[in-house]
Design a protein around this ligand. Sequence first.
Ligand code: SF4
Ligand code: SF4
Ligand code: SF4
Ligand code: FES
Length: 938
Amino acid sequence: MSLLKEPDFGTPERPGEATVSVDVDGLSVTVPEGTSVMRAASLAGVDIPKLCATDSLEAFGSCRLCVVEIDGRRGTPASCTTPVADGMQVRTQTPKVAKLRQGVMELYLSDHPLDCLTCPANGDCELQDMAGVVGLRQVRYGYEGENHLDAETDRSNPYFDFDPSKCIVCSRCVRACGEVQGTFALTIEGRGFDSKVSPGAGELFMDSECVSCGACVQACPTSTLQERSVVELGMPNRSVVTTCAYCGVGCSFKAELRGDELVRMVPYKDGGANEGHSCVKGRFAFGYASHPDRVLKPMVRDRITDPWREVEWDEAIRTVATRMRGLQERYGPGSIGAISSSRCTNEEVFVVQKMVRAAFGNNNIDTCARVCHSPTGYGLKQTFGESAGTQDFRSVAQADVIMVIGANPTDGHPVFASRMKRRLREGARLIVVDPRRIDLVRSPHIEAAHHLQLRPSTNVAVVNAMAHVVVTEGLVDREFVDARCEGFEEWEEFVARPENSPEATEAVTGVPAAELRAAARLYAEAPNGAIYYGLGVTEHSQGSTMVMGMANLAMACGNLGRDGVGVNPLRGQNNVQGSCDMGSFPHELTGYRHVSDDAVRTVFEELWGRTLLPEPGLRIPNMFDAAIDGTFRGLFVHGEDIAQSDPNLQHVTAALESMELVVVQDLFLNETAKFAHVFLPGASFLEKDGTFTNAERRVNRVRSVMKPKAGKHEWEIVCDIATAMGYPMSYDHPGQILDEIAQVTPTFRGISFESLDKHGSIQWPCNEDAPEGTPTMHVDSFVRGKGRFVVTNYLPTNERTTSRFPLVLTTGRILSQYNVGAQTRRTGNVAWHPEDLLELHPHDAEVRGVRDGDTVTLASRVGKTTLRAQISDRMPPGVVYTTFHHPVTGANVVTTENSDWATNCPEYKVTAVQVGLAHPLAARDADPAREGRPVGVD
Ligand code: SF4
Ligand code: SF4
Ligand code: SF4
Ligand code: FES
């Protein structure tokens, strides 16, 4: 494929029913009212020269290159800022406008280095293009006068340079940072000749508010803001459209290559999830794929204390198959199993669960989604009938009130956060329910109407109290409830009880009753109220209860089944939704159908030629327990670092140590690989071919940008193992795997590589009833028929603070890092987050004698670790917070085995801990004022 250039219509679309017809250079075109003359002309096939306009930004009208003549109007209006009117006659090529445009270009070029041939943007520079388009042949002004040619380049950002000597002050970057990204890090400083782009108050990019999303780089028409990889490797010459493999937003990118070398990732304007935007991870943090730490040869060893021995693929696969079968012969068919990963494609996950069910002959398959969003699957299935979010991302643009619960979108789901922030700037109201004061609570041009700063573990009490307000204040949407739901009366009676009132729950939740009442009214009375939530909901002992609590609330307020509303999980990893859809839970086949359903099993049995077990297999924690008990002996871990990401790591590592065969497939020798006997090198997302499904059920193509560096696709390796175990599995191409998925899964019936290539992406369900997919679910009725209200009793967690462990630890992630950091730690992103820090409130710090930057111990009843303290009032007193991106921190050493009652999703968000100075004596010596005072426990 050659370099894919997407059209730029100059100004944004103005969707609307009413249209007007205009004539541009004799060509007639009909466009929605409010469309600019520039866009109308472009749609008619006439490109008007432009510099300050681009269709991702509102027109600004500063460069004057786009002037046109319009019959009956005086002067030469800028076509980017002039809306069309019915019957308008526009002339874009007249001697008068040609002269004006040449004059503008001449002025620009007279203050621009004429180094086009050696400029990194040569061939991809709009200034250069426009000079040609307007026919400029010479610049009459010399460089003698004042100019900006000596301005210094800012190279502080690890990924892009800012060379102000090339800046034409078109302000596209400034507007991109505000309108698209919503960070407002850039300004135009000064006036007239002195005006210049500035990050913050004359700071370097790295010292400013910039979050390195790349929107300004994307928008810049010159080489002023330029990816360093382009400077170093040269301009790319071909592109492959694929999908980011970091978070559940699922952004589409053009991977741009020069020969076989990846030069840059450019967000794809046609990407349904991101519409041309990106974050620092997807845009820039791809270097891990070619990091020297990548293991490219299979390796085996007899004992985990032995050194690794590199082997050929045949030997590695034979070793896995022989030893797995040997374990089954000695310990029984249920003694082995596998864990699949949300990092992998749908096709890879599908073949792993098929291998377990058909070749291993059991249901011992679980997925890492167990430890993040399994309560979402359970809770939404119980209430709505489908284990998935209700909306597409576009829907947020119609929301009037947005409630964000237990999620931190600006860090965790940045591109969706930008879409959400845009809506908030337009006037939608915001409710944040979170123990931590996340950035959204107050950020440029955004302020939450309510921040319900609840105590960790009290989500259910809060949602019940909100429901109490809705029910007792007459805010229920009776028409919706009567027509579309069941179980309302019992639920209504429950939430109306006095013990569920905001006043009664305040002592438990810490949320002031008046604030909670006001928030509940705001959500219930909104024309469109939308709920977005994250792991701060699910990773609790009552995670599933809370998901059902939110579903109840949304149904009671009629906030389902149309644009602008819904209950929407923000999925953590790129393919959490997909890995769950693909039947990788021990109790479910694809499409969330229980293994005990004879009719469903028969479909698979007939196709696969094997009898499948009707009883669920082991969940991840059951596998660990059984390993320690000696009944579970062999595990295939596909792309997941359970020895870093799972809770109560002592227990995890004890389980891994007790197994006879641990097979790890991954890019790097991760923490789990320390316990492995066979290591199978995996393929990075750039080498994969298949599909990911994002948080809005959008199935996106993942296309191979390069061949697998280790020589085999991961789905091939899994098929080879199954075949070597006596169950032949083979496909010529991953498209065949997707065809098989579609064949056995009603919600995927219409999805294939061909249909994805045709539509770009498809949101399931996609079948005879919805041939182009389903952006909004439950429109006229719920998937289960009637929406079901479920009584959601609040039960306090067993994890209680004590005098020994008086603080509550909660965990989260940061923008620049990703999950256990295996990828992002191997990129320039470490510049932003070289280590995990423990945030603690000034009061909690003071009583422990902890100062900012001190090394502290963090201890729970199961473990202890050490990290540096950051004093912060984002957390309320009594609550501490950290991330888990660095193995050295081992944050999960302290998290416990408490888990959700329905799904065993670990309670990562609530751990009773104590914090103390790691070196109290040294600290006391350094601070004579503290002499004699006990440290760490006072
Ligand atoms: S990279 Fe993103 S956040 Fe930083 S200045 Fe550019 S647009 Fe703004
Ligand atoms: S840096 Fe680029 S986008 Fe920003 S004002 Fe200068 S030329 Fe325009
Ligand atoms: S928002 Fe998520 S999917 Fe999009 S670029 Fe960032 S990490 Fe990738
Ligand atoms: S493109 Fe219209 S004024 Fe710059």
